[in-house]
Design a binder for this molecule. Structure first.
Ligand code: GN1
Ligand code: MG
Length: 358
């Protein structure tokens, strides 16, 4: 029995494990698919990155509360196919949803059958995705269990800028001079980009339970393009609704890749924006405040901005946070995200006009 197989014996799985293969391309956790024999479900095995998610107990209790709440909502609504619409975590014999092997934390969930994730989506799928994320926030609007911040200040722009400034001051990797131009560009926009924190302090902007990692590949679709469910729930926590709106468009409305070396491929796709916004507002307008709707174009700029700040800080720190495939990877990511930001900025007026028109 190999290492990974041994780990699976600490969870109450049904069926015999046939094989365990790497799955997906997340930048934080390590993910595997467990294939089992016969009619038994397959599973997803994950090593939780506990350097990043330092409080695994809190992390898992958030996820348990969220999935139980959504499951109840779906049941109450008479929903069919619940097993494909909300994640299910497998307990250990002690009744915990994670297991610590002395070095790493592991968890197992049921693999959702006949479902797909995508790295890019067309406008039709974006519309469904918008409805699904609006619905996800709506379903969690009345959750009673208080959720903790699994990564404190995760989408706090002031905090992310402070991290960048600390990275710049320390220049641990000696790489600062290569990227000084980009640091300057980011500083020029700092105050505008921190407006959400300012409005929050003034009591004008609320926090709600959000997903906080709405990359397009964190959503499962069925064969017909219907959204089944949202996955990757590690970062579900109180945040501004901008997190979910902005991060989806950062990934889905980019005409290039997140880490594109060819910057001419990178740009903001208004058709994806329109379709997603239409779907999102249909399911979220019941609870959104006017100020939240008004600031949606800001949210679209905020996420490429924040991601540039985060990738760049990691590059200057010498690649201590994100998985990288080559030495310049975080730098390439930073310039690609910044290029996206500039394209978003050119579309501010068009985004505002569209939001008023619907
Ligand atoms: C990380 O784990 P993954 O790849 O879905 C990151 C997100 C970033 C994203 C950039 C916990 O998400 O915040 O936006 O990479 N997650 C964490 O691709 O930092
Ligand atoms: Mg992911």
């Amino acid at each position: 029995m190999n290492n990974l197989e041994t780990i699976t014996t600490h969870f109450c799985l049904t069926g015999q494990v046939e094989s365990i293969q790497p799955l997906g391309n997340g930048l934080i956790n390590d993910t595997y698919r467990i294939t089992t024999t016969g009619d038994n479900p397959d599973y997803v095995l994950q090593r939780i990155n506990h350097h990043i998610f330092q409080n695994v107990e809190l992390l898992q209790s958030n996820i348990e509360a969220v999935t139980a709440h959504i499951r109840q909502k779906l049941t109450d609504a008479g929903e069919t196919d619940i097993e494909r619409k909300v994640l299910k975590f497998i307990p250990t014999p002690e009744g915990k949803t994670y297991w610590y092997d002395g070095e790493s934390y592991w968890r197992v969930s049921v693999f959702i059958p006949n479902a797909k994730t995508y790295e890019t989506v067309n406008p039709e799928f974006s519309y469904y995705a918008g409805k699904a994320f609006g619905n996800f926030q709506a379903m969690l609007a009345d959750i009673e269990t208080p959720l903790g911040e699994t990564i404190p200040d995760f989408h706090n722009m002031e905090f992310r800028l402070q991290q960048l400034r600390e990275a710049v001051a320390a220049n641990a990797s000696g790489r600062l001079s290569e990227v000084q131009d980009l640091v300057d560009e980011l500083e020029k926009r700092a105050q505008v980009m921190c407006q959400a924190e300012q409005l929050y302090r003034e009591g004008k902007l609320p926090k709600r339970i959000c997903h906080c990692d709405t990359k397009v590949n964190n959503m499962m679709f069925d064969e017909d393009g219907n959204v089944l469910c949202v996955i990757d729930l590690d970062t579900v926590m109180p945040s501004f609704i901008f997190s979910d709106f902005g991060d989806f468009l950062r990934t889905a409305a980019n005409t290039g890749d997140e880490d594109d070396k060819d910057l001419s491929r990178v740009g903001f796709n208004m058709d994806i924006f329109k379709a997603f916004t239409k779907g999102y507002l249909e399911s979220a307008k019941s609870f959104l405040l006017p100020i939240e709707i008004e600031l949606l174009p800001y949210a679209v700029a905020l996420f490429p901005y924040m991601q540039t700040v985060r990738f760049l800080a990691d590059y200057i720190n010498g690649d201590t946070y994100y998985k990288t495939q080559y030495p310049e990877h975080n730098k390439v990511r930073s310039y690609a995200q910044f290029t996206l930001l500039k394209s978003v900025e050119e579309h501010t007026k068009a985004m505002q006009d569209y939001i008023w028109s619907i």
